[in-house]
Design a protein around this ligand. Structure first.
Ligand code: SF4
Ligand code: SF4
Length: 463
């Protein structure tokens, strides 16, 4: 197979894919699950249950009538103990439905289908939304919205993202090895919805066994419109823009989206979830997660219920040294947790636990910038991270925007390569948020001004 890649930038961190050959195990169901009402990018959900209610597995417990949203479902059967604010993996607090597990695993009724080919597009999209599917690679954007581009955008290619370029994480690898048929069907369903003529599954070179298996399945199914390709093992090869550039040599414009170049990129676990939603009527109540790091006793890939608290995972798998760092996600883009009470959510691809020794290898004291340009050479978006960092520290939003800070994909590469351990990604993330906030304030001011103008005009006409 030919190996594709992108330029510029990227790095080759130590892969540490310790759990690569660990097949999925179904993780113990916890006594209590904590299910955040909002686990997606978009509008918040409202609770559909009350304290004291009995809920079944798969029952919708939170939803909204907003377009950019995805409902949430009970992952165990039992009694709703509370609906209250709890700490979330992103460091904020949010409303959660707390359910006491009765261990009866009583499911809502599911109506299975044998095929999807005769289903109208709108019905498929409705099921994808109703089953709460979001990008399971970590982005958590509602999938039904991603698959509903405006009428002027033509999607011609769906890319299945099997790059999994973050160190330690092996969950997508296992999904590809254990559920290849569901991934391929997921691609076909997305091609049917969008009218795309081609499907490509892109797998990093270090998972060639998964690529070969997927390719064999594609051949067996006689699909001439789906192909499997290898991409170079490099971080962040799995970034949507980097994958599109690598596989198709199409450049997503600054400020643009993959759909601007006719592409939808979908993580392989999301594709599996789509197939399960359409054919098995199954909502997102669990997901595959890699648990790794030097501090956890029993590492592996697990199918875990959404809402499983980290403390329960730690108690179940055990620690072999003092836990100093708990990360939800991969080491580059994941979020270090301040508490072990946070629950697994739809966007949790990995849980990493590190002890003292791993931390000693990663001193985080900042030194002055030595202008070595390593951050510039490695940035996959072709940005000047050290200059954006300077602008961020000066709170010069205009300069940061001029330097295309909004194009930063927050991959963490610049911080990783910086010999001075500058907190580049953190500062660039901060300035991005400040720019977006300022834009919202300006838009609100402009809207208020327009409203006032119209009001004055009306008053003038009436007088
Ligand atoms: S975090 Fe942003 S600025 Fe830094 S390397 Fe990644 S894309 Fe470039
Ligand atoms: S890598 Fe660090 S030291 Fe080198 S130019 Fe960038 S910010 Fe400065």
């Amino acid at each position: 197979m030919k190996v594709f890649t992108y330029s510029p930038g990227g790095v080759h961190p130590d892969e540490s894919k310790i759990t690569k050959d660990f097949p999925f195990e179904v993780f113990k169901s916890p006594p209590v699950v904590v299910i955040p009402l909002q686990q997606h990018t978009g509008a918040p959900n409202n609770p559909l249950v009350s304290v004291g209610d009995y809920v079944k597995v798969g029952q919708k417990i939170g939803d909204t009538n907003q377009f950019v949203a995805a409902p949430v479902h009970a992952s165990v059967s039992g009694k709703v103990l509370a609906i209250e604010d709890r700490l979330l993996p992103n460091g904020t607090k949010g409303k959660c439905v707390v359910i006491e597990n009765d261990y009866k695993d009583e499911w809502v009724e599911l109506s299975k289908r044998d095929s999807f080919e005769d289903l109208p597009r709108e019905e498929i999209l409705k099921v994808i939304r109703d089953k709460g599917i979001v990008g399971l690679g970590g982005a958590s954007f509602p999938t039904a919205v991603k698959l509903s581009p405006p009428p002027n955008k033509v999607i011609d290619i769906i890319i299945g993202n099997g790059a999994e370029c973050e160190s330690y994480l092996t969950v997508d690898n296992r999904v590809m090895l254990e559920y290849p048929d569901k991934i391929i069907k997921g691609i076909l369903i997305e091609m049917q919805i969008t009218g795309a003529k081609r499907g490509i599954i892109a797998v990093e070179e270090n998972k060639e066994d998964a690529a070969l298996l997927l390719n064999k399945k594609v051949q067996e199914m006689g699909l001439s419109n789906v192909e499997v390709v290898l991409v170079k093992t490099k971080y962040p090869q799995g970034g949507e823009k980097q994958l599109i550039k690598a596989v198709l040599n199409r450049e997503v414009p600054s400020g643009g989206l993959p759909l601007d170049v006719g592409v939808v990129v979908q993580n392989v676990q999301t594709l599996k979830a789509i197939t399960e939603a359409i054919l098995e009527d199954k909502p997102v109540i669990e997901r595959g997660i890699t648990v790794s790091g030097d501090a956890v006793e029993k590492k592996g890939n697990f199918i875990m219920r959404i809402g499983t608290p980290a403390s329960f995972i730690i108690d179940t798998l055990g620690l072999n040294r003092k836990l100093r760092k708990l990360i939800f996600g991969g080491p580059m883009t994941g979020i270090a947790q301040a508490s072990v009470d946070v629950p697994v959510i739809k966007g949790t691809s990995g849980i990493l636990m590190f002890g003292e020794e791993a931390l000693e290898m990663a001193p985080q004291e900042e030194s002055p910038c030595i202008r070595c340009a390593s951050c510039v050479d490695s940035c996959p978006m072709g940005l000047m991270p050290f200059l954006i960092d300077h602008a961020s520290r000066r709170k010069d939003l205009q300069e940061a925007e001029r330097l295309h800070a909004l194009d930063c994909i927050e991959c963490g590469v610049c911080s990783y390569v910086c010999p001075s351990k500058r907190h580049l990604t953190e500062n660039i993330k901060g300035v991005k948020q400040a720019i977006i906030k300022q834009k919202k304030i300006e838009a609100a001011k402009q809207a208020a001004f327009e409203k006032l103008k119209q009001q004055r005009q009306k008053e003038k006409e009436m007088s």
